[in-house]
Design a protein around this ligand. Sequence first.
Ligand code: DX5
Ligand code: ZN
Length: 229
Amino acid sequence: MTTQVKTMSLITAPPTLPLIAPSILSSDFSNLGDECKAVLNGGADLLHLDVMDGYFVPNLTMGPALCNSLRATLPDVYLDVHLMVNKPLMYVQPFADAGASLFTTHVEAEDDPLEVADAVRAAGMDAGIAINPPTDVQEILPLIESFDLILVMSVNPGFSGQAFIPEVLTKVETISKQLRPDQRLQMDGGVSLKTCQACKDAGCDVLVAASAIFGADDYPAAIAGLRGH
Ligand code: DX5
Ligand code: ZN
């Protein structure tokens, strides 16, 4: 077990809740820096980066180099990196070096989640753990005390623009009851103006949205709508 000095962050000590996290997966990649600045100037609290390896999910997206570019152009932004990969351990140090703030691994990945959490903390990042819609909540409950953020997937991961799976809300309610005040509960997938209230009512305090923000004409209005105030 690594000795860890716990530091406060946007996730463990948020100034306001819920936090709104645009997923850049639906942004215009040819204009990525400006897209990120537009959502942050429009009220977003952080940026969500979806990393896919083509094995854990049937898609390929972004890696540490992209994270590094965003860190260089946005030195103060909180970068939430969601790893949908089979072997997250090998990417901990590369993403730490690239300036990631939060490293979220999946309970369904091949590496031991607690080993990943230790490595993530030792590398200076916050640690998150995610669970897919078909996975029983019991798989994650014994692990949650070791993580700063729990991510409940409300679509089967791999692509933005999918329909919200409402059955995962019971999972959120179960997890929510067991969290400390310094832990966050994040929902990711199909979060929109139609579904966001149910997410918040169930206990989510970090909402990820790709298409509901980057597919909107007015980013500030979309972000304010999801936040609800
Ligand atoms: C899906 C990703 C999500 C995705 C969300 O695998 O983890 O972050 O970008 O997209 P929307 O909000 O469009 O469902
Ligand atoms: Zn995601």
